[in-house]
Design a binder for this molecule. Structure first.
Ligand code: NAD
Length: 511
């Protein structure tokens, strides 16, 4: 089903600038030659200025200078700034949501959900600002105290992907700021206005509080700007979100200079459907996880591993549900599937479908382009389902598009083995009403992913948990739980108040 009414470039360009202006962006100051396009109609959203890699030394130097002042401000006071930022996000939720739809192509509900996630992480960070706890330990020596203390780390470089153009930065920034760090953000080159608008709201909160200048900075540009940030020895932590290809380049470069990296890379997430599963619930969970965001979430469900007894029925019901998905202008009421981000994304999907059929798969739903008359430069596509005889090469790769493979299994061990037999390790889920199966899935012998869910899909995580995954997903954890520790340095302190100097392990060094 398609929903027409795709607006023209002039309308969307003006809409984007208005929304950015309302968030406090000086739109005359950010203009430049680099054109970026809206996935909604494939037309230009205007020109933005890109930073030169050569200018990054100065940016990082300013960030470092700001850090020396920011780290002295008590964490709860830093938290108060983040609280104000969260309030401003609440006021400008629809403005920022509009920009996310225009630049990333998300449907309104998901775009607003992304802003809500930013508000939620601010709340979390405000609480955290009074809970940066260290432990004390008992000393083996009399009259000694052993404790750990946590300290601000320095400049944090955030590199983010197009598909969460604001929330990923907010996850990192809200936590980094309460931890006493400063942030330099290189957003996706496809979503610069969302970045400028998000940063303008934070700038306002920082300025109102009288915070040092340059606690938060944005550098807009392509991979070369990211690389300069990655190589900069004064960037203490590089938090990079994007493809595994990007992480493969970034990880070793940061390690080479003994910097710290936090990598959030590609996923290839499976949902196992057991014979006891509530199929109505599984169906809804799978359709949202697989077709939502037009298949462009790192946690998108890309594989269904269905028990042989229910695989046919489940597939039929999925095909029927896919046929009812409203595809079209992401900002129109009722749309559930918006556009792919660009032509390359579409071509990658087409190539994957072709490879899947060559590897024995059968297309059972979707795959065709939509709205080519209405929006010839945009890439709307019917979410596709391909039944596969085995977990072949194409199934083991992440194709960042709404392409769902259906595989079958006979016993749970086999299903878990299939779940784990891909290079990525981000998210996974099991639909079952059998409690023992659920426990096995989340046990040591179960899913090897950073996220293992039961009776919900693979996507749509809350901010309270640590987010990230294993293997080629990069191993990083951000957002909730104790992910804050990645943004601080830990010191172990031994304090001797005994007046003697006993040595540990009974070592005798009498002079
Ligand atoms: P991408 O890898 O093309 O780009 C991501 C960011 O990295 C951009 O800002 C880009 O300019 C920058 N970049 C690219 N090469 C670089 C290099 N060599 N050095 C420094 N920076 C570089 O990814 P994308 O197309 O924007 O996003 C989609 C990908 O991101 C998918 O693979 C998806 O799974 C992944 N992703 C992962 C998570 C997660 O939390 N695990 C979240 C969102 C997206």
């Amino acid at each position: 089903m398609t929903l027409n009414r795709i607006p023209g470039p002039d309308v969307l360009g003006a809409q984007a600038l208005d929304a950015a202006r309302r968030c406090g962006v000086d739109v005359t100051a950010i203009g430049g030659d680099a054109r970026h396009r809206s996935p909604v109609n494939g037309g230009s959203l205007g020109g933005v200025a890109w930073c030169e890699s050569a200018g990054l030394d100065e940016v990082v130097a300013r960030s470092q200078e700001a850090f020396l002042a920011w780290r002295k401000i008590p964490a709860p006071a830093r938290g108060a700034v983040v609280k104000r930022f969260g309030d401003l996000l609440t006021v400008h939720k629809s403005d920022l949501g509009e920009l996310i739809s225009l630049e990333a192509g998300k449907i309104t509900s998901e775009a607003l959900g992304e802003v809500q996630e930013m508000i939620d992480i601010c709340d979390f960070a405000v609480g955290l600002s009074r809970q940066l706890y260290g432990r004390t330990a008992v000393s083996e020596r009399p009259g000694h105290r052993l404790m750990e203390t946590w300290h601000p780390l320095g400049v944090v470089g955030v590199i983010s992907a197009f598909n969460f153009p604001a929330a990923v930065w907010a996850w990192n920034t809200a936590i980094a700021l309460v931890c006493g760090d400063t942030v330099v953000w290189k957003p996706s080159e496809q979503t610069p206005l969302t970045a400028w608008a998000s940063a303008a709201l934070l700038d306002r909160a920082l300025t109102e509080a009288g915070a040092p200048r340059d606690v938060s900075q944005v550098v807009v540009g392509g991979p070369a700007v990211g690389e300069t940030l990655v190589d900069h020895r004064d960037v203490a932590l590089v938090s990079a979100t994007g493809s595994t290809r990007m992480g493969r380049a970034v990880g070793p470069r940061v390690a080479n200079r003994f910097g710290r990296s936090l990598l959030e890379l590609g996923g290839n997430n499976a949902g196992i459907v057991a014979p006891s599963a509530d199929l109505d619930l599984a169906l809804r969970g799978i359709v949202f996880a697989a077709a939502g965001t037009a298949g462009q979430r790192c946690t998108t469900m890309r594989r269904v591993i269905a028990h042989r007894d229910i695989a046919d029925e489940l597939t039929e019901r999925l095909v029927e549900a896919y046929g009812r998905l409203p595809i079209g202008n992401p900002m129109a009421a009722g749309t559930l599937v918006g556009p792919l981000v660009n032509k390359t994304a579409y071509e990658t999907m087409v190539a994957a479908v072709k490879q899947a059929t060559a590897e024995g798969g059968t297309i059972v739903a979707g795959g065709r382009r939509e709205l080519t008359g209405e929006a010839p430069d945009a890439y709307y596509v019917q979410p596709a389902i391909v039944r596969m005889p085995a977990q072949t090469d194409v199934v083991r790769a992440e194709t960042f598009a709404p392409l769902l493979y259906v595989l079958t299994y006979d016993d749970l061990d086999e299903a878990i083995a299939l779940n784990n037999a891909v290079p990525q390790g981000l998210s996974s889920s099991l639909f079952t009403r059998d409690q023992a199966e659920a426990e096995i899935f989340v046990s040591d012998e179960g899913s090897d992913c950073g996220i293992a869910n039961v009776n919900i899909g693979t996507s749509g995580a809350e901010i309270g948990g640590a987010f990230g995954g294993e293997k080629e997903t990069g191993g990083g954890r951000e957002s909730g739980s104790d992910a804050w520790r990645g943004y601080m340095r830990r010191a172990t302190n031994t304090v001797n108040y005994s007046g003697e100097l006993p040595l540990a392990q009974g070592v005798d060094f009498s002079i």
